[in-house]
Design a protein around this ligand. Structure first.
Ligand code: NDP
Length: 495
């Protein structure tokens, strides 16, 4: 699969070079010496070219009946099903996600395609009774135009698919920018959609650095809306810029998700959820469990079982079937995670497991860090407040459920919270106190089904939520139409 090949931008249905003629290389994070490919270093003019082609193609695409657009997405679903293992291996290779998690990511993308294809037949409006005889008011959902889609590296297939598929079925044309470190997943997605029958120009991709081309993707006057997933720092800029231009925007950003374990919880179930939430996908998820807040009486048993389980996790090559924790996705991540482990130690939290940088064979050519567990942390410590985005877990103690909720809410983020308790009354009362966008009761912080809306509050999410029917609301305008079908028009004074 590794070719070291040069890949183009995908504009107007063709693979083209960036106007600068410049390219950049990406490497396998498990084997830094292995080049994955060479990709276009685009600039503003390439983005403008893609937007012009998208705008031209949009005119016809918008008048393609929504069920027909859905049929093309259904074809993309069948093609992805056939190519699922190739996509999974590509994710593992390009960003280091363990193969089991990579298969889970592809399954999520498939679920999105299957669900969203059906939305083509459900592009529903409303009929509203009029106060005037023989009149009716109707609403229609109409496409926005050309939309920009800007995505991160940590779900290089699923996140682009869950943005691109609803944008297309709703009748928009798309200019897509994948993360600079995972462009090959983007290339393979463009091939998939083209093979499924998306007309030339309706879906375009430009690769390169977000800090160079991001502004054009948001500010260009032909861009009607922006869907972004990534860091809060970049999301804040994009949201402000889109607001300035009065464009629709949705920004999914970081998280500092907690699992709260009450005294009466099933500790084994809680430990399984914590392990999965904190360490699967190497902790590189916006939905990862980054904090555990445990009621004091449950602490000892929880810690004992947790450390036993963490110490058994295999750190290794993402393509090996039994690997649980892979390499960090790229150098910046590697530096950031190691820095946070040092910050935790210097703040006085107790490193009770792991945290070592792995440099001996077979880890010596990859970005490997041993999973880390900090205990006795205080809510004001940076490791308890800031997003780390790696296999690092911080355990805090709470007197009771109320203090647990206070600690949970004390961070700027507001994505997800899980609570483990056998008392359903307490679970619901706790959920009422949470200021996170998603709450899981006796389930991990991970996950989200494609037919339900998905998104956080506070610094985790701004604008419309993603997935579910909400996705179509974001990618369409609601147009209100008044119709008079009376034979003899009554004299009506309109206000
Ligand atoms: P970044 O915010 O750095 O990048 C995300 C995307 O934005 C990339 O394509 C990036 O391009 C692009 N970008 C960078 N600067 C700009 C700019 N000035 N204008 C427009 N686009 C820009 O995040 P990461 O890729 O590092 O992803 C990790 C972050 O994403 C974490 O904080 C994580 O929590 C969050 N995330 C949130 C999710 C959610 O659903 N809420 C899901 C996944 C991740 P380039 O790659 O070229 O820099």
């Amino acid at each position: 699969m590794i070719t070291g090949q040069v890949y183009g931008n995908f504009i107007g249905g063709e693979w083209v070079q960036a106007s600068s003629g410049k390219t950049y290389k990406t490497v396998n994070p498990a084997r830094k010496s292995q080049v994955i490919g060479e990709f276009q270093s685009s600039d503003r003019s390439d983005v403008q070219r893609a937007i012009e082609r998208a705008y031209a193609a949009w005119r016809e695409w918008r008048s393609t009946p929504p069920p027909k657009r859905g049929e093309i997405l259904l074809e993309a679903y069948y093609l992805m099903k056939k190519r699922a293992e190739d996509f999974s291996r590509l994710i593992a290779l390009e960003m280091g996600k363990p193969i089991g998690d990579a298969r889970g990511e592809v399954k999520r993308a498939l679920n999105v395609l299957e669900f969203i294809a059906g939305e083509g037949r459900r592009m529903l409006g409303e009929t509203i009774p009029s106060e005037i005889p023989n009149n009716v008011i109707m609403t229609f959902r109409k496409p926005l135009g050309v939309v920009s889609i800007i995505t991160p590296w940590n779900f290089p297939i699923a996140i682009p698919v869950w943005k691109i598929a609803p944008a297309l079925v709703a009748g928009n044309a798309v200019v897509f920018k994948p993360a600079a470190t995972t462009p090959l997943c983007g290339v393979k997605l463009m091939e998939l959609f083209a093979d499924a029958g998306i007309p030339a120009g309706v879906l375009n991709m430009v690769t390169g650095s977000g800090s160079l081309i991001g502004d054009e993707l948001v500010s260009n006057e032909k861009i009607a809306a922006v869907s972004f997933t990534g860091s809060t720092a970049v999301g804040r800029q994009i949201y402000a810029k889109a607001a300035h231009h009065l464009k629709k925007a949705q920004c999914e950003m970081g998280g500092k998700n907690a699992v709260v374990v009450l005294e009466d919880a099933n500790i084994d179930a809680a430990v399984s959820a914590i392990i999965q939430g904190a360490f699967s996908s190497t902790g590189e998820r916006c939905t990862a469990t980054s904090r555990v807040i445990v009621e004091k009486p449950a602490r000892e048993e929880l810690m004992e079982k947790l450390i036993q389980r963490v110490s058994r996790l295999k750190v290794g090559d993402p393509l090996e079937e039994d690997t649980y924790v892979g390499p960090l996705a790229h150098e910046e991540q590697y530096i950031k995670v190691r820095d946070y482990i040092e910050i935790g130690k210097s703040e006085g939290a107790k490193l009770v497991y792991g945290g070592r940088t792995l440099t001996e064979p077979p880890y010596d050519d990859g970005y490997y860090v041993q999973p880390a567990v900090f205990a006795d942390a205080k809510p004001e410590m940076r490791i308890a407040r800031e997003e780390i985005f790696g296999p690092v877990l911080t355990v805090l103690e709470a007197r009771d459920m109320h203090e647990a909720a206070e600690i949970n809410n004390s961070v700027y983020y507001g994505f997800k919270t899980s609570i483990y308790t056998e008392n359903i009354r307490k679970a619901f009362r706790f959920a009422d106190m949470c200021d996170t966008g998603m709450v899981h009761i006796n389930a991990p912080t991970l996950g989200g089904e494609v037919q339900a809306p998905f998104g956080g509050l506070k610094e985790s999410g701004a604008g419309y939520k993603e997935l579910g029917r909400e996705a179509i609301r974001f990618y369409t305008n609601e147009i209100i139409t008044y119709l008079d079908y009376s034979e003899q028009r009554p004299e009506v004074k309109f206000i």
